[in-house]
Design a protein. Structure first.
Length: 264
């Protein structure tokens, strides 16, 4: 569906107002950036001495290892959250009221509980109950629990968006509910949802930045350690931010490409 089918096309006055607001917004943003750079320069944060350490291969390797740890958390969490979310979505769509209620309770609970609180539960709460996980899993499991709830709603919406004739055709061939979902409905829904699922990886990537809570050395935590050690916090955080922007831009470009390919 095209944008002109969803929204009214603005007229001449509307387009003129949009251009004026856009120009004013760009000027204000540029002024804020210039003011921030001026303040950074006044406090010596933009001095060449603050950036020389990034010419050291040991420091570059230290940050690259942080990028690798961030991507590892993202890939493992995505690999667990995607099938778990699909399973929860199927349970929510099942014919059992009890199963639907349990699945809905899970979704409502983990969509409402902040991820930071889940991390604190795994860090402080569960060890008191005798359950201790390695640092890596103290970060990954809460991310999986939270994102599986979100992904289940994405899968459920994708399944409900399909024509009911698909599942009815599968039932007419003698398939059970789970067979129809596994072989007919889910594959078609996933194909439509691939761009959305790739976009969800951006959230997973950003969730990994909470690794500092459990002392997991992902990219942002390594940037914090490096900045405090060399007393160059701002340049280090800017480099880390640039790395996140590049990764997220690549994921967004992948989602856009998949969306265009699906439409063709």
């Amino acid at each position: 569906m095209n944008d002109d089918q969803l929204f009214d096309v603005p007229g001449p006055r509307g387009r003129r107002r949009i251009r004026i607001v856009t120009a004013v917004s760009v000027l204000v943003l540029a002024a804020l950036v210039a003011l921030a750079l001026r303040q950074f320069a006044a406090h010596g944060q933009l001095a060449a001495s603050q950036w020389q350490m990034f010419g050291n291969w040991a420091i570059i390797r230290f940050l690259l290892d942080g990028i690798g740890q961030t991507l590892l958390v993202t890939v493992v969490a995505a690999g667990l959250a995607l099938p778990l979310g699909a399973l929860i979505a199927l349970v929510r769509l099942s014919r059992s009221r009890v199963a639907r209620a349990l699945a809905r309770g899970y979704v409502e609970l983990f969509r409402a509980v902040p991820l930071l609180l889940l991390l604190y539960i795994f860090l402080f709460g569960l060890p008191r109950a005798g359950l201790t996980f390695p640092v890596f899993w103290q970060l990954v499991i809460p991310i999986v629990l939270g994102n599986a709830a979100v992904l289940s709603e994405i899968f459920r919406a994708g399944v409900l968006a399909l024509d009911r004739g698909q599942s009815e055709a599968a039932y007419s061939l003698g398939m059970t509910y789970w067979q129809a979902m596994a072989w007919v409905v889910i594959p078609q829904a996933v194909r439509r949802l691939v761009p959305t699922l790739v976009s969800q990886l951006v959230r997973l990537l950003k969730d990994s930045t909470l690794g500092y809570v459990v002392s997991y050395l992902e990219l942002l935590h390594k940037a914090q350690v490096l900045g405090e050690y060399y007393h160059s916090v701002l340049p280090t955080y800017l480099v880390a931010a640039a790395c996140f922007v590049l990764i997220n831009t690549a994921l967004s470009a992948l989602a856009t490409w998949l969306e265009r390919r699906r439409r063709t």
